[in-house]
Design a protein around this ligand. Sequence first.
Ligand SMILES: *Cc1c(COP(=O)(O)O)cnc(C)c1O
Length: 395
Amino acid sequence: MRRFTKPFTQQLPIPESAIASAIDVMRTGRLHRYNTLQGEHSVADLLDLQFATYLGMKYCLSCASGGYALYIALLCAGVKNGDPVLCNAFTLAPVPGAINNAGGVPVLVETTEDLTIDLADLAAKAEESGAKFLLLSHMRGHLVDMDALMALCNQKGIVVIEDCAHTMGASWNGRKSGTFGLVSCFSTQTYKHINSGEGGFLVTDNDEVMAKAIIYSGSYMLFDRHPTLPPLETFSEIATATPNYSGRMDNLRAAILAPQLEGLDEQCQRWNRLYHAFADALSTLPGVRLPNRPPEEEFVGSSIQFSFPDLSPAQLSALVSGCEARGVVLKWLGDSKPSGYSSKYNHWAYLDTSRELPQTERVLGTLLDMRIPLTFDEADGQIIASVIAEVLNER
Ligand SMILES: *Cc1c(COP(=O)(O)O)cnc(C)c1O
């Protein structure tokens, strides 16, 4: 019996240069982002500048987490108590959670075979609910046709908020993910593309959105210290009309992130070499289907999804446990119970889950998900595929 022995949750160590910067920050004792001397930029300030420059956006605000960034992004975009907010049915718990936190009511949209939001269902649900907001989750790094999505949303007057937790470093048709919506959010939590344990970014080109985000995040009246700063008159009412919902980034985590951000594009290329090796190996399995990835989608392959459309739930469940016994950790998205990090839209019992989503049920019903940590090698794809093949053969 073949076994795979590498852990699926082991990320790379923090680079030595990042460790050195973190130690420098600790030596100063000045960990709070506003703990600066006259005319000085804090490490968190420099990180905001660095990420805004990376994306080619005017404004960036680093935050305490990706979920927090999403929450205030929704508020800044204008979501009010009771407002319907469209979002992908195939996403992760922090996404409906952020909508709920902002007082919105998630309106779940169907999923295509290729794991993107279904544009026809988006149009139908927008019409039916009257929703004026879409929290678009690029779940597992799959980018929908962004040109078509933006055209549809512009035509219907829907404000787009992008959840780029899985697309940091990705682009659609040469344009970076996170530059399409009114406001976009990223996560720097350990399992994302750069790692500070917890953390996130909010980016926008909009003056009012940025002014509100700075105040919400807990700037007190120190907002004018921000390095990516809207014109000061933008704050005249916003500074006192916006509550403080403390969720700042600190200098220690910013110090850990800055060197990683410098190496991001190289890491993404490494992920894609692994992804292609894994996709080649997995595509030899009998009865497997891998999602189509259009040429416009310059994704980051930090995880891989594949399905066995002809297997029954019992067979999929046996496949997952057989693989697990041999060290290959697969997440079955059709599982009837939530487990580990993942859950499915109908597990979020605080939502109205009475509405059937037959297409999403069908797509997720036979879908498997696997992380590709950078601690793996290209050759591991072959080993993993042969483990899966062995388990499939035993049926
Ligand atoms: C991780 C994640 C988030 C939220 O990020 P946190 O930093 O953990 O709050 C949002 N959306 C998706 C799809 C994620 O995977």
